[in-house]
Design a protein. Sequence first.
Length: 138
Amino acid sequence: MASSDIDTKLTQFAPVVLSIFRIVFGLLFTLHGTQKLLGFPTAMPSGTVPMGTWPYWYAGVIELVLGLLILTGLFTRIAAFVASGEMAYAYFSAHLPTAFWPIDNGGEPAVLFCFGFLLLVFLGGGSIALDSVLRRKS
């Protein structure tokens, strides 16, 4: 099978695979928020973050709300843009000051989330998203 045949076959699944990527990414981001705010699915070593504590409580709210929007594919590009910015802020304010390389400063998840969300800003949420349903109705 020629590489162009493989490309053609794989390309037809791209919108669905993008949706799966978005759903998994949104779910993981949501869980970061619920862990901070609710201690679910597992509590952080320090417990839940007290209400109003800067920046962690606000980060938890952002992660919960934007994670759910991204998970469902509603306002995906806007939510992903803000989430990408939050992760960039988290990296530069909390991780980079301790060491340069993400492997040394524990910032790998922040970097991966940042660039994964940036990808969703440009690619959208895929074919299985509330954005797609709303687009079809208008």
